[in-house]
Design a protein around this ligand. Structure first.
Ligand code: HEC
Ligand code: HEC
Length: 324
């Protein structure tokens, strides 16, 4: 008996020691670095059409994190909506300033970062979402806009803040958060005339609505977005601008708890202007006012084809939530 206890005691001591080693490793290692993927990129043509399209995309996708209202530019800011348990995070200055922004980066370095999350120094930008499924044309349009000299990307002298991850944030950066791979072949965009296919692209790859609107933001599947837990059924607990919990909503076609009883026009108003039949939409629902009506209608058409999930969220009323 005594012997068994001693063996058990040794085992426990061993486990505690291993745990402490892993903890020290994570803390010392911090946010990890990777080999910088080698990307061959033909010179990017900064055409007026690309710049205009890229601005529309950047204002819809990147602005909520990178745009600072005080400077009127993409000069970076603290991200207040990340739960404090992960630490404090700051988006970077991505204006064309050579010293403080990304004016000194090559186009290939910017594309590599957007696709994989890995910077020219090898450090993974852990909070920065990677856009591995975005079409080549969309990516190049964003690059063209960042280089364009438009007002929002004019050089700004704000220094990008160093990230301050907590121990838990470091654990995530060393486990769940992994860099994405560079796409093996060109990514073409579906023809907008095929509304369902185009809507699918917008939801899963361009605007990534599924990141927030599925069941749990930590259980999304970036390789196969439609396999994400509770795909588009809402219920993910996010943070509003003051750091309070806010729950994303069910966008599947369930008539009671989703958008099944909405018209395309109601959906467009909610998505573009935050005017939902359930009231005014709050942060962090992004501002999609620059998204075209055709895009909003394509998303609505695609959502009609997504497997229906019955999932009541707070706007459905307390009776509906209690009945779950
Ligand atoms: C959810 C918030 C978020 C969104 C959306 C976002 N970013 Fe970022 N981005 C960040 C954060 C945070 C960092 C800094 C990360 C770090 O240093 O670890 C960053 C870093 C970057 C960097 C690297 C800058 C540097 O100096 O290291 C570039 C370039 C960039 N983002 C471009 C973009 C573009 C273009 C878009 C839109 C297509 C975008 N980001 C969307 C949060 C975001
Ligand atoms: C950063 C997270 C986030 C992203 C990305 C996002 N949403 Fe939302 N969305 C929310 C939140 C949170 C709410 C609820 C806001 C509230 O309670 O005021 C919401 C609400 C909505 C509503 C209202 C639903 C209802 O029942 O009232 C619609 C419609 C909507 N989003 C559509 C979209 C579409 C389409 C996309 C992609 C193009 C998208 N959202 C991307 C977070 C997000």
């Amino acid at each position: 008996m005594k012997k068994v206890l001693r063996v058990l005691g040794l085992l426990v001591a061993g486990l505690v020691f291993l745990g402490a080693c892993a903890a020290t490793f994570v803390q010392v290692r911090g946010i990890p670095s990777y080999d910088v993927p080698k990307l061959k990129l033909a010179p990017v043509a900064y055409t007026p059409a690309r710049i205009e399209h890229g601005r529309r995309l950047a204002m819809s996708i990147c602005a909520s994190c990178h745009f600072d209202k005080k400077t009127g530019r993409f000069s970076g800011q603290e991200l207040k909506d990340i739960p404090a348990q992960f630490g404090r995070f700051y988006s970077a200055n991505i204006t064309s300033d050579k010293a403080h922004g990304i004016g000194g980066w090559t186009d290939a370095q910017v594309v590599t970062l957007l696709r994989t999350g890995i910077g020219p120094d090898g450090r993974i930008r852990s909070v920065m979402p990677s856009f591995e499924r975005l079409s080549d044309e969309d990516v190049l349009s964003i690059v063209a806009f960042l280089r364009s000299g438009e007002a929002e990307v004019q050089p700004a002298s704000q220094t990008s803040h160093v990230q301050e991850p907590s121990f838990f944030g470091n654990v995530l950066a060393n486990t769940i958060i992994q860099p994405a791979e560079l796409p093996a072949k060109p990514i073409l965009q579906p023809n907008p005339a095929d509304a369902v296919a185009f809507g699918n692209y917008l939801v899963t790859s361009r605007y990534k609505c599924y990141d927030c609107h599925s069941g749990d933001i930590l259980k999304t599947d970036s390789k196969n977005p439609e396999k994400s837990f509770g795909y588009m059924g809402g219920g993910s607990v996010l943070q509003d601008a003051e750091g309070h919990d806010i729950i994303s909503r069910n966008l599947t076609a369930d008539p009671e708890t989703g958008t099944g009883d909405w018209t395309a026009e109601q959906f467009t108003q909610a998505m573009k202007y935050g005017k939902s039949p359930n009231g005014v939409l709050r942060y962090p629902m992004p501002k999609y006012s620059l998204v075209t009506d055709d895009e909003a209608r394509a998303i609505f058409a695609y959502l009609r084809t997504v497997p229906v999930i019955k999932n009541a969220t707070p706007e459905d009323g307390s009776a509906a939530v209690a009945a779950k």
